[in-house]
Design a protein around this ligand. Structure first.
Ligand code: NAP
Length: 338
């Protein structure tokens, strides 16, 4: 394993922003991971596990520890009746896995198509899209517990999943995820509850098949997210807020057109893009080279040579404006690496 010095991290992120890693290595086996962690201990520097770099903002001054790029690859399939247990290594591309399962006519992941990043990142923020969340499918997560220095297999319940949340976020740095086992199904079951999907099938007249749902999600996402070949972005910068029914009602009194989605008996979800567009009038706002994407205000875009400081300034303005207009404190979805 080769430990390199002063490697530009912007090349490893979809935001294409950020300074250098003081130390950098890529690991392709568990043994290399152990070796890399040993190096960080010896040098007395922290380490950071990098997956697809699709949900991080790296500071302009970079990272003064060791960045470990998780590159362990591979998938395996075990069939149990109608169930299929799919195990994928942490460095495997998430969308390649989704494509592979759809190709094999296995149901479950299709609504989670075209999400950039790696398998190892999926449990951390419990990725979700178009009415599906990855926690519905996670059987177990195999990880290295750095604190106890042992390998562990965590059950779904032990991962304590929530909306874009899990125990891995709270216990930051404790676990290095090595592989994830998902339980999928060969039985036909499609989830078309989201309006965007219904509109797609109504307007295209395509058959509602597993393959076509994946295609639909890919098409819809193309509209809502910038083309990564042209602009850098880490997707949604903030989580959609969960608010009390009373809070939603107080907003409805001023904005009767507000659409909310039930979460449980006490909370509803409000689309933050709507708050930013309608209540904060922030549609298309730019700060230097950072801006809100015109088709989806939640998405912060690097419009060319943008710095992390420019993104932070814009993000702070979003936080302040939303608070001023609604009293809601929004939480970032993107992780700041410094
Ligand atoms: P959208 O479809 O415009 O939806 C905006 C908000 O409304 C989201 O909070 C969404 O909940 C909610 N919503 C819409 N239809 C709903 C329904 N039928 N039932 C319950 N809730 C509903 O969102 P978008 O920003 O364009 O993103 C598209 C999808 O990609 C969304 O599902 C979004 O969450 C997902 N996404 C996920 C990540 C991630 O996992 N890190 C990042 C970016 C976008 P949900 O958030 O629960 O869907």
């Amino acid at each position: 394993m080769n430990i390199q010095n002063n490697i530009p991290l912007k090349d490893f992120t979809t935001f294409r922003i950020g300074g250098n890693a003081r130390f950098f290595c890529a690991v392709t086996t568990e043994d290399e991971l152990i070796e890399a962690i040993g190096f960080s201990k010896k040098e007395k520097v922290p380490f950071f596990i990098l997956g697809g770099g699709s949900n991080i903002l790296v500071a302009d001054k970079g990272y003064s520890g060791l960045v470990i790029k998780m590159d362990i690859q591979g998938t395996s399939y075990v069939t149990e009746g109608h169930s299929v247990l799919v195990t994928a290594a942490a460095g495997h591309s998430w969308d390649a896995l989704v494509a592979e399962t759809v190709e094999k006519k296995i149901y479950g992941f299709e609504n989670l198509s075209a999400i950039p990043g790696t398998v190892g990142a999926t449990p951390v923020q419990n990725i979700g899209a178009y009415g599906s969340e990855v926690r519905q499918f996670i059987e177990s997560v195999y990880a290295l517990d750095v604190k106890k220095d042992e390998y562990v297999t965590l059950t779904n319940a032990e991962c304590k999943f929530g909306y874009r949340d899990s125990m891995f976020k709270k216990e930051k740095g404790r676990y290095v995820i090595l592989s994830v086992t998902y339980r999928l199904s060969t039985k036909e079951k499609l989830n078309l509850e989201y309006k965007d999907l219904q509109t797609y099938f109504r307007t295209t007249n395509k058959k509602k098949t597993l393959k076509n749902v994946r295609e639909a999600v890919i098409e819809i996402r193309k509209e809502k997210f910038p083309n990564l070949d042209i602009h850098g972005t880490a997707g949604s910068f903030f989580k959609n807020p969960l608010v009390t029914l009373e809070k939603a009602q107080s907003i409805r009194e001023r904005y009767s057109e507000i659409v909310v989605y039930p979460v449980n008996a006490k909370f509803v979800k409000i689309p933050l893009a709507w708050i930013l567009d309608v209540m904060c009038k922030m549609k298309g706002v730019r700060k230097g080279n950072a801006g809100l994407f015109k088709n989806q205000a939640l998405v912060v875009v690097n419009y060319g040579n943008c710095t992390a400081d420019e993104v932070i300034t814009l993000a702070q303005e979003m936080v302040d404006k939303v608070y001023e207009k609604t009293g809601i404190e929004i939480e970032p979805e993107v992780e700041y690496v410094s």
